[in-house]
Ligand binder design. Structure first.
Ligand code: MN
Length: 217
C-alpha cells in the first residue's frame, strides 16, 4: 500500500516535467554559480572540496554542467561557501512592476538529483532580506538527516499538508497541518515523514550573517 501510494504520488506530481525551469538550464545556472563563487574566493578545486566535503570529481562535474546533485550535496556546497541553498537553484527573480514578486510552487517544484524530496524555491535568498522560503514535499517514508548549516542559521518549518517530524536536539517533534517549529539549524537536524501520505511544508531559512558587499553572491 505504502509503495503504491508513493509511486502514484510521484507520477501525478511529475516534478521535473511540471517545472517551468528545464533541467539543463538548472545545471547551467548551478555550474556558472559554483565557478563564480570559487573564482571570487580564489579557491582551487582541492580547496573547495576541503571546504564543502564534496569530492573534487563531483565539483568538477557540477562546474561542467554534467551533474544534477541532490539537495544534500547542494547544502554541503552552500555551507562550505557560506552562501544560501537557493543561490544554486535559480537566478534571483526580478521583482515585477509595482515591487511585488508573484511565485507559484506548482511551476517551481523540482526533485533535485532525483533525491526524493520535492523542492520549490518560493522566495530565493536575497541579501537585503537575509532569508529564503522553500515549499518542500517529503514522500511517504522519507527521512533526511542534515548536517549543521553555517553559524547563526535558523529554520522555521510550517506544515501545510499532511504530518511530519522534525529532529531538533536529538528528539523528533511531531507536527500536523497548521503546526510549526523554529529551531537553530547550525547543528545537526532532520526531517522525516513516517505517514503514508506526502507531507508538504514551508521552510523559512534565515541567515544571520551580514552580507559581504565584496561578493556578488
Ligand atoms: Mn536544514
Amino acid at each position: 500500500m505504502r509503495y503504491n501510494a508513493q509511486v502514484e504520488y510521484h507520477e501525478s506530481m511529475n516534478p521535473n516535467e511540471a517545472s517551468t525551469v528545464n533541467p539543463q538550464e538548472r545545471n547551467d545556472h548551478l555550474a556558472a554559480t559554483l565557478r563564480t563563487l570559487r573564482n571570487e574566493r580564489g579557491w582551487s578545486l582541492d580547496r573547495a572540496a576541503r571546504e564543502t566535503g564534496v569530492s573534487k570529481a563531483m565539483l568538477g562535474q557540477i562546474e561542467r554542467g554534467e551533474s544534477s546533485p541532490t539537495v544534500a550535496t547542494l547544502w554541503k556546497i552552500a555551507t562550505g561557501f557560506a552562501t544560501s541553498l537557493s543561490t544554486f537553484l535559480e537566478p534571483v527573480p526580478p521583482a515585477a512592476e509595482g515591487g511585488h514578486l508573484f511565485r507559484s510552487a506548482d511551476a517551481l517544484r523540482t526533485q533535485p538529483g532525483n533525491g526524493g524530496m520535492l523542492v520549490a524555491p518560493l522566495f530565493p535568498y536575497e541579501a537585503r532580506f537575509g532569508f529564503e522560503v522553500f515549499e518542500l514535499t517529503l514522500p511517504p517514508g522519507y527521512e533526511r538527516l542534515s548536517e549543521a548549516h553555517e553559524p547563526g542559521v535558523t529554520e522555521s518549518v510550517l506544515v501545510v499538508r499532511g504530518t511530519m517530524e522534525v529532529l531538533v536536539e536529538e528528539s523528533w517533534i511531531a507536527l500536523g497541518e497548521g503546526e510549526a517549529v523554529r529551531f537553530p539549524a547550525d547543528r545537526p537536524h532532520g526531517y522525516r515523514n513516517p505517514s503514508a501520505e506526502p507531507a508538504v511544508f514551508h521552510n523559512l531559512i534565515h541567515y544571520a550573517r551580514t552580507p559581504d558587499p565584496t561578493r556578488s553572491i
